[in-house]
Design a protein around this ligand. Structure first.
Ligand SMILES: [Zn+2]
Length: 369
């Protein structure tokens, strides 16, 4: 199974190291991504594992360092291609973005149809090249992220889009293909075993360019089962979440037939399952400026009308609606960063009931650009 990425060359039964040239600096030198390839003696799928596309999200690095061992390579069926630092510039400066691309680095992957008029930045061009490596080798992809300080460990599940603007036979085939992919993604979620959130509803998903995230593009362009894992606090990883992610990833590798052994219990973290699917939403929002004191924490289950936080002015006097109440039944993903906030700010992330299907046709306007 000859597999290479950059200078890293897979060797059966071994863990190999190397680098992938991302871009050339104008000051000389090259921005390189670290690459690890673990390959077993036995045949099996190729699984991509990545982290650090947001430079202030550091938990994934620790997880991948613990997972990718010589011992794992020896007993692996197939190959793991791992890039633990997709955005080295951001990781060095502990900033979400790379200084050579203004904007979210996790919205630069191809959408198969790009109506953007802007000339792609050097980073977008580099990620487009990297994406072709993923597309030609990956059977699965998991990308590791963090949300807010103290937020819950969660899965973000991308929706699967399909075209239904062709002939009836073509539409039926596209739907069946999407159903199959969506079912595989659902199985991966269950194997990982942490709380699951569906990505935002249709228009918000495309509007926010989430289909151009790592896993959004994997699912919707390359048709590779892929998931984004959110691992709580980014700047100082929570050891419980790191441990639970490690166990979850091993469970996914077992599900994929790449590692033998029993499913491991997920311990040390809260796992929320309300018995119905949920999607993520920023809520409640402030209608007046103020200072927020939350009453809830990550993993709490709340009902519509429950008190979420109190709101005071800078002198400490109750202001506006005084008590912010939940607009929904659901669960708290975490408290968004900051307590001194302007109107419109969302003070929590919540999982709220999701009645939309996890696979759905592209909006008719989408391919008109
Ligand atoms: Zn992130």
């Amino acid at each position: 199974m000859p597999t290479t990425l950059g200078t890293a060359k897979a060797t059966a039964g071994r863990l190999s190291y190397g680098t992938y040239d991302l871009l050339h600096h104008p000051t000389g030198g090259i921005e390189q991504l670290p690459v690890m390839i673990a390959q077993g003696d036995r045949r099996g799928p190729t699984f991509w594992l990545t982290a650090g596309i947001h430079g202030n999200e550091h938990a994934g690095l620790q997880v991948l360092h613990l997972l990718l061992t010589r011992e794992l390579a020896r007993r692996l069926h197939g190959t793991i291609i791992c890039i633990p630092a997709l955005n080295p510039a951001g990781l060095r400066t502990m900033k979400r973005e790379a200084y050579y691309h203004h904007g979210d680095p996790n919205r630069l992957f191809p959408d198969g149809f790009d109506p953007d008029l802007d000339h792609p930045s050097v980073l977008e061009q580099a990620y487009t090249r990297l994406f072709e490596e993923v597309r030609s080798t990956a059977d699965f992809w998991i990308d590791l992220h963090n949300t807010w300080t103290g937020s819950l460990s969660m899965i973000y599940r991308d929706r699967v889009y399909y075209r239904d603007d062709g002939s009836p036979a073509a539409n039926k085939a596209a739907r069946l293909e999407a159903e199959k992919l969506d079912a595989r993604i659902g199985e991966m979620c269950r194997a990982y075993g942490h709380s699951v959130l569906n990505e935002m509803g249709c228009e918000a998903y495309l509007h926010d360019k989430l289909h151009r995230s790592t896993t959004g593009a994997a699912v919707n362009v390359a048709r590779i089962p892929a998931l984004t894992m959110e691992l709580g606090t980014g700047h100082m990883p929570d050891p419980h979440i790191v441990g639970a992610c490690l166990a979850g990833l091993k469970n996914v590798l077992r599900w994929a037939g790449m590692v033998e052994g029993e499913h491991e219990a997920i311990t040390g973290i809260k796992v929320v399952d309300l018995g119905y699917p949920c999607r993520r939403r920023g809520t409640p929002r402030l209608t007046v400026p103020g200072v927020v004191r939350h009453f809830v924490d990550a993993g709490d289950i709340v009902k519509k009308g429950d008190a979420i936080a109190e709101l005071r002015d800078i002198w400490g006097r109750p202001v506006g609606e005084k008590i912010l109440r939940s607009e929904y039944d659901g669960w708290i993903m975490g408290r968004t960063h900051g307590i001194v906030r302007y109107p419109g700010a969302e003070i929590c992330g919540m999982g709220v009931r999701d009645d939309l299907p996890t696979m759905l046709p592209y909006p008719r306007s989408y391919f008109k650009g």
